[in-house]
Design a protein around this ligand. Structure first.
Ligand code: IVH
Length: 691
């Protein structure tokens, strides 16, 4: 058979041939791996793969995560040892406009109480779109490389990181005995293109963009493979270190460079906000011509004493922000509009699109948000639309292209749930229509289960969307607690993985081990995993800290559901919690199926009592404090952060549970109430003197 040059194939022909080849290869793989009965000679098989790779190289929009070019040679995540970061690897808050950046600088000034004349220098660094890593040096020798992972725990990629020529194997005399450098591994655009070209010729894996290529290359089982990939690195932060011989972030970067670490030559120190804005515009203009992809600019407060005072909120520092470039856009056709049903029953319209590459990623679906948005934008099936993607954000439909052929019929939003058929209600004044089926709706049940085991919740590895859906459909896992009884039921012969595709004894063993590893989980994770409305990660932590144990949490929930005013008062008084959370908990605990499930969970797993983050014992450990009046030296936020760092709970009003009232100038009713209740008071000076 003579084959057409893939580049000359039209999109439809390319897709048809791609689908045919992919199916043929999958069939051959199954015959080879699962049935031990090869259907093709090695040479014929290689020809098929090579042809598929060539088609994907000429038509990258056809690359799918499940394409055979993407699935072979990929190292399984469980192949790497897990390593806990001595100092967590954080993420950054985002700014999307000049105003956001100005607001960041202002909030830093307010927090630090800087006078208007006090200069606030920021270091601007190109934000490389790669994969962050932490490299540890002991006695000035490289000893360990770890990926970011979830920020707390990453994967040991020491052997792979060691192959990156940019990173030094040893540090010079004078460098600290223990030093962890952090940075980004990436691939340059040219190296990426050349690698894909080579792979297309040899039937190797074709990557959709340099970021995926860098990630895939760093997580190779065989470091010899990593060594052949054109990986580079830039360093920009530190983790654990036995000494900090630098006084500002800029000095830190200079020190890194002098020790032989690669730092980005485009890093700039900006003396003020105006220079910071100019640095952004300059990088934006330069962006396309840079040898690597960047998705924004990271700004960091240069003074380290200020960085220390600013500290962190949740997972991001207060002293840094990422200003993102404008979203990349593309035009494409709306093939259909689907309705997805989420964890809380929200019906979300999603446009199914003709696949199109936007900012290096193939987009096939884009959210349309809700009913009103569809109407406002006037999107119809058959329209040509502009879609955009900003960083990791879900692709969106921006607008309909007016001068292209239009779709025929206006979209009619369903009033019943497309999954379970229950009535879908849209309360007055709300934009979202919700399925009223609750957990009887399979979509909601599956989404809740997915959330329960997801990375930020209980993090059960190997139990992804596909497996959850499959187990749900089989009736094996209908509620969270079922996850923990899976192994026992398999053991007892009630269920059998025997005939299930993709679930050989090895994968099943791994799954059971992953579940077992989470059978004991911290209270905050469990509360978050329940997927209660308004209870995100930070709120879950605050609830865990308030109640301390699973039993106390359940008891309080029961009281909230009964409308107990004291239970409500205790909750809303707590910093970071409020009326919306109290209502959401009351609603959740009012449902018998929820409280029953909590009882089942309590029986099936161990919920570890909450341990406060502050480990050092301070004068404020475990105390409840309230601030009042105007503080002279600290902003309210810094005072609060300082108290929390010392292990205190900060409340907004004085009650019998308050241990200390910290009094600034012109204190009013709170000071009177404290006096009435006999609550101890201290001045700002007293507070600052506490260790
Ligand atoms: S600083 C606490 N600097 O962006 C400091 N991050 O959105 C945390 N990134 O996970 C990171 N270039 O992977 C920093 N110059 C830079 C960066 C950078 C890219 C990535 C990094 C981080 C993510 C946060």
């Amino acid at each position: 058979m003579t084959e057409a040059d893939p580049a000359t194939l039209g999109p439809d022909d390319a897709r048809a041939e791609h689908d045919r080849l992919a199916a043929r290869i999958r069939q051959a793989d199954a015959a080879y791996y699962q049935d031990d009965a090869p259907e093709l000679s090695d040479a014929d098989y290689d020809d098929l793969r090579r042809r598929l790779a060539r088609i994907e190289a000429a038509h990258p929009e056809l690359i799918r995560p499940d394409s055979p070019t993407q699935t072979v040679g990929a190292a399984p995540a469980e192949g790497f040892r897990k390593v806990r970061h001595a100092v967590p690897m954080l993420s950054l808050d985002n700014a999307f406009s000049d105003d956001d950046l100005a607001e960041f600088a202002e909030s830093v000034r307010r927090f630090l109480k800087l006078g208007p004349e006090e200069p606030l220098a920021l270091v601007a660094e190109p934000k490389i779109d790669g994969l962050s890593f932490s490299a540890r040096y002991e006695n000035r020798r490289f000893v360990r490389g770890v990926t970011r992972g979830d920020g707390t725990e990453g994967e040991d990629v020491t052997a792979n990181l060691a192959t990156i020529a940019d990173l030094p194997a040893t540090l010079p005399e004078g460098a600290p005995e223990v030093f962890e450098v952090r940075g980004e591994v990436f691939m340059e655009k040219a190296g990426f293109a050349e690698m894909n070209r080579r792979h297309a010729e040899t039937g190797g894996k074709i990557f959709a963009n340099p970021r995926n290529a860098a990630a895939g290359s760093l997580r190779q089982k065989d470091p010899a493979v990593t060594a052949r990939r054109p990986l580079k690195a830039f360093c920009y932060a530190w983790g654990e270190t036995s000494a900090e011989p630098w006084a500002s972030h800029r000095e830190f970067l200079e020190t890194l460079k002098s020790w032989g670490f690669p730092t980005n030559p485009r890093n700039r120190r900006c003396a003020d906000a105006a220079e910071a804005l100019a640095a952004f515009a300059a990088l934006d203009a330069e962006r396309a011509a840079l040898p690597y992809d960047i998705d924004g600019v990271v700004y960091k407060v240069d003074r380290l004493d200020w960085q220390r005072r600013l500290g962190f909120v949740s997972r991001a520092p207060r002293w840094a922000i990422a200003r993102k470039f404008a979203a990349e856009q593309a035009r494409t056709l709306v093939l259909g509009i689907d309705i997805q049903v989420g964890r809380t029953g929200a019906l979300t319209p999603v446009a199914r699109l003709q696949p199109v590459t936007v900012g290096g990623v193939v987009v096939e679906n884009a959210t349309l948000h809700n009913e009103d948005e569809i109407r406002r934008k006037g999107v119809r099936v058959g329209d040509t639309v502009i879609v955009q993607r900003a960083g990791d954000v879900i692709p969106q439909v921006v607008a309909v292209v007016a001068d292209a052929p239009r779709g025929a019929a206006e979209f009619v939003f369903p009033e019943t749930c497309p999954v379970c058929g229950s009535h879908a209600e849209r309360p007055e004044g709300e934009a979202v229509r919700r399925c009223t089926g609750g957990l009887t709706c399979p979509a909601q049940a599956v989404e809740r289960l997915r959330h329960f085991v997801s990375r930020d919740a209980l993090n059960v590895e190997g139990l992804g969307e596909k497996a959850v859906t499959e187990f749900y459909d089989l009736g094996w896992v209908r509620r969270p607690s079922d996850v923990f009884t899976l192994a026992a039921r398999a053991e007892a012969g009630e269920i059998s993985f025997g005939g299930l595709k993709g679930w050989g004894p090895v994968s099943v063993g791994k799954l059971f081990a992953a579940i077992q590893a989470r059978k004991s989980s911290p209270l905050a994770k469990v509360i978050f995993a329940l997927g209660i409305r308004h209870v995100g990660e930070t709120t879950a932590k605050a609830l865990a800290s308030l109640y301390g144990s699973f039993d106390a949490f359940r008891a309080a929930g029961g009281r909230l559901a009964l409308g107990d005013p004291f239970a409500r008062e205790e909750l809303v008084n707590r910093d970071g919690l409020g009326g919306a959370v109290a209502e959401a908990l009351a609603e959740f605990f009012a449902e018998a199926h929820n409280t029953d499930e909590l009882a089942r969970l309590a029986a099936a797993m161990t919920v570890e009592p909450h341990v406060e983050a502050a480990t050092r014992a301070t004068a404020l450990s475990g105390k409840t404090v309230v601030f009042t009046g105007t503080l002279e030296r600290l902003s309210r936020n810094e005072a609060k952060a300082r108290a929390e760092a010392m292990g205190a709970k900060v409340a907004s009003s004085v009650s019998a549970k308050t241990d200390f009232l910290i009094v600034g100038a012109d204190a009013g009713s709170k000071a009177r109430k404290a006096a009435e209740l006999g609550v101890a008071t201290m001045t700002e000076e007293d507070f600052l003197a506490l260790e």
